[in-house]
Design a protein around this ligand. Structure first.
Ligand SMILES: CCC[C@H](NC(C)=O)C(=O)O
Ligand SMILES: NC(=O)OP(=O)(O)O
Length: 323
């Protein structure tokens, strides 16, 4: 593996899933791969799970790890090429990334979208600038439009909980429904784009996206998914319900008021096939999902968050094993 920025960097999803399940079963068996190696993590935006699971994954491989909160721990960075830096910015992103990539063997980067200029975000201007400046392989810790480490962890979780074994033909497809849910802020489309990109490609899953009109995701990510607008209808017989808020792609970055309540409640989960509730976290309780769901064994969000260790550890392993 040369980099991990999207599902397209994965040669064979089933093979990678098999490796992840093997690593999870024996998490300290690959320490040769991480020995004397360093994983660098740069965050341009906040994080709990991605930060801590990536550190834990590095430790499991006996790799060293450093973390930098860009702009907070570092000098104030100038992003614009050609800038005359006689203002408040003290260091250009060019030197900063070149230096940081000299201090590690793999570079993880988180760059959220601004949600103002759709072209800028969907061309991944910031993430690709960093990737272009790095002298080592880059791993996405969530970019403007994708979150592959989260999606890979979601795949591991659904495989485990549904009893899917990589390489084996499954008798019945697993029904996975990603549902839009409300949120007081306007959030990126990265998590749902990435989830849709991965699960539209997995042949043992029957994948549906349900959202209000005006919240359709970019079709390049949902190609192959069933698109629905009636949440109750879509949830019927679901085995897994993946809830997430996202702002409008069409009316970029906007929050469109809804007359129906899209919050996931136990009443809605009762429409499913004893379905399990998933969310990448952080989650707004009693806005996105009711306490009664999160606090019941219907929810597997902690198992899902735990699998972030093994999605990261597998990706770092696959990149470092060739170095
Ligand atoms: C993992 C999720 C990160 C981010 N969530 C928030 C609250 O900004 C998002 O929705 O992309
Ligand atoms: N799910 C996830 O990536 O969480 P953080 O934003 O806390 O890293």
């Amino acid at each position: 593996m040369k980099q991990f920025t999207s599902v397209y960097d994965v040669e064979n999803i089933d093979e990678l899933l098999k490796t992840a399940l093997e690593i999870k079963a024996n998490p300290f068996a690959q320490q040769e791969v991480g020995k004397n190696k360093t994983i660098g993590l740069i965050f341009f935006n906040p994080s709990l799970r991605t930060r801590l699971s990536s550190i834990k994954a590095a430790y499991n491989l006996s790799a060293n790890v450093w973390v930098l909160n860009a702009g907070a721990d570092s000098w104030t960075l100038e992003m614009a090429d050609g800038a005359v830096m006689n203002g408040d910015t003290q260091e250009h992103i060019t030197e900063a990334i070149k230096v940081m990539s000299a201090y590690c063997d793999v570079l993880g980067v988180r760059t959220f979208p601004k949600l103002v200029d759709r072209d800028e975000d969907y061309n991944e201007v910031m993430f690709n600038k960093v990737k272009g400046l790095s002298s080592v392989p880059v791993v996405s810790l969530e970019s403007a439009t994708l979150h592959p480490l989260q999606s890979f962890a979601d795949l591991i979780t659904i495989a485990e909980k549904s009893g899917y074994t990589p390489g084996e033909k499954s008798a019945k497809k697993v029904k996975v429904v990603m549902t839009w849910a409300p949120h007081p802020k306007r959030l990126p489309q990265a998590v749902p784009n990435s989830f849709a990109q991965w699960f539209s490609k997995v042949d043992w899953v029957d994948f549906t996206v349900v959202q209000p009109k005006g919240y359709e995701l970019d079709a390049k990510f949902t190609d192959g998914a069933t698109i629905e607008y009636d949440q109750e209808e879509a949830l019927k017989d679901a085995d897994f319900v993946y809830a997430k808020n996202w702002s409008s792609y069409e009316n970029y970055g906007e929050v469109i008021p809804q007359d129906k309540d899209w919050q996931v409640t136990m009443e809605k989960m009762d429409l499913t096939n004893k379905g399990k509730f998933m969310h990448c976290l952080p989650v707004r309780r009693n806005v996105v999902v009711a306490d009664e769901v999160l606090d019941s064994d219907t929810s597997i969000v902690i198992d899902e968050a735990t699998n972030r260790i093994f999605s990261a550890q597998t990706v770092f392993h696959e990149i470092l094993k060739n170095k």
